[in-house]
Design a protein around this ligand. Structure first.
Ligand code: PLP
Length: 459
């Protein structure tokens, strides 16, 4: 009899055989994750037949929603035409075409694209470029990486080392000798006596001071998400990125804008760096939304000017010896090309810019609830932060209280909305195609779930 017959239910198989990302190993196999059976539009349907709005849009990635036959067909056709080609010795139409397409969408002269398998490998490859760059320029001591406290840049050794948010309570090793931590630009929680502009001054002063103390000759790169996503949707003060870029330029420090989350429409633009924050960085990393999550793909776009400093005549022996078996995978690139076609045809970016203010208004009202301490939104990313009403005690007597995000998520799932709980916060990044009515429904369910949480906890 085949091993596959009479299998136990999916949830049990997962518990017995899967190692899930961020799996708690102290109680191995005990955690039951929602088993998704299928999905359509902005809705997930689990194996019990429950229909849930996909609040996090996959993991900030399902821009066009589920069930897009056109993307599936493009992938199937590409798989039959050319399922794979080695990027070491060959190239393919979809990879070359996608690189050209992305080069058209990126700001400034970022017209060269390197493909990877996802966001972590995009960040890793970009950071490795910075190391390579300085080695080629004969300054091997210029290697330090400036990053921010709650940044999330991925799960490889190097990208994880630059990710403050995932380092907390971690038993992994990190490259502690290369990463320098700067403060988060948490505008909404700045000291009460500071204006936004003064707060920005403070952050820039800190950056300058770190550079002075360490020596600009030792710092290779500054890496920053335009809006810190997994760190809890941290939105910087006005002018912050422009001023960081000025500082970097002055000290010949490369600026990597990590747009793994913010690119491909999440903030209503192809890329947020220039369109929202007014900067043309040296490198932009992307992943997630480039295929709307239909296939794994990432990469970075880089300026021609920068490449020329370590390439071209007089640079014999300069080889960027980094690559992946699946760099520029033709099926993934076909998915991305169709994804971009649909986004253009359906004016998805304009739709995001159109509906985001109403979504913000609906969520901002939740600040009136005693459990809600802050609401932040950037494009179609939102964070509703909850806190115990006696929050000032939290660092003392109340430390061991359960995280509110998980309780709100439990209630909101019962009402038809799947959330991403992050500690006490509820984070959302719904598919970009969500209608005004669907976004209003998200806010409505969230409000009811927060009320239910208050009742459950007697708050
Ligand atoms: N960079 C940012 C800003 C991210 O949010 C993430 C993932 O959430 C990554 C990089 C890593 O991407 P991936 O999980 O595709 O490796």
């Amino acid at each position: 009899m085949s091993k596959a017959t009479n299998r136990p239910p999916v949830a049990d198989l997962a518990k017995e055989h899967l190692i899930q990302p961020w799996e708690p190993l102290d109680n191995l196999g005990a955690e039951t994750r929602l088993v998704i059976d299928h999905a359509e539009g902005i809705y997930l349907v689990d194996t019990e037949g429950r229909k849930l709005i996909d609040g996090p849009g996959g993991m900030w990635c399902v821009q066009l929603g589920y069930g897009r036959r056109e993307i599936a067909d493009a992938m199937a056709e590409q798989a039959m035409t050319l399922a794979y080609n080695t990027p070491w010795y060959t190239t393919s139409g979809p990879a070359a075409e996608l690189a050209a397409r992305i080069a058209d969408l990126t700001p400034g002269d970022l017209n060269r694209v390197f493909f990877t398998t996802g966001g972590s490998t995009a960040v890793d490859s970009a950071l490795r470029f910075a190391q390579f760059f300085n080695n080629r320029l004969g300054r091997p001591e210029k290697k330090l990486i400036l990053s921010r406290a709650s940044a999330y840049h991925g799960s490889t050794y190097l990208s994880g080392s630059c990710s403050g948010s995932s380092r907390k309570q971690s038993d992994f090793d990190f490259f502690d000798d290369v990463r320098i931590t700067l403060s988060d630009p948490t505008t909404s929680k700045r000291p009460k006596n500071l204006s936004e502009a003064q707060y920005c001054d403070l952050l820039i002063d800190e950056m300058e001071q770190q550079i002075r103390e360490l020596g600009p000759e030792r710092i290779a790169v500054f890496i920053a998400e335009p809006v810190l996503a997994s760190g809890g949707l941290i939105i910087p003060p006005k002018g912050y990125h422009q001023r960081c870029l000025e500082v970097c330029r002055r000290h010949d420090i490369l600026y990597i804008s990590d747009e793994v989350v913010t690119a491909f429409g999440r903030m209503g633009h192809w890329f947020a760096s220039e369109s929202v924050f007014g900067i043309v960085p040296d490198i932009i990393t992307f992943a997630k939304g480039v295929t709307s999550g239909y296939a794994p793909l990432g990469g970075f776009a880089i300026s021609e000017a920068l490449l020329k400093r370590v390439g071209g005549p007089g640079q014999e022996g300069s080889v960027y010896s980094n690559g992946f078996t699946y760099s520029g995978h033709p099926v993934c690139c076909a998915a991305a090309l169709t994804n971009i076609d649909i986004m253009e045809r359906e004016s998805v970016l304009a739709h995001v810019r159109d509906v985001a203010p109403g979504f913000f208004k609906a969520l901002d009202r939740l600040k009136e609830l005693p459990l809600v301490s802050d609401v932040r939104i950037a494009g179609l990313m939102a964070c509703v932060e909850c806190d115990y009403p006696d929050r000032d005690l939290k660092d003392g007597d109340c430390k061991d209280r359960p995280s509110l995000g998980a309780i709100v998520d439990k209630h909101s799932q019962a009402l038809g909305l799947f959330l991403r709980p992050l500690g006490d916060a509820c984070v959302m990044s719904p598919p970009l195609i969500a209608s005004r009515e669907e976004l209003a429904r998200i806010a409505e369910i969230l409000e009811a779930a927060i009320h239910a949480t208050s009742r459950e906890l007697g708050l």
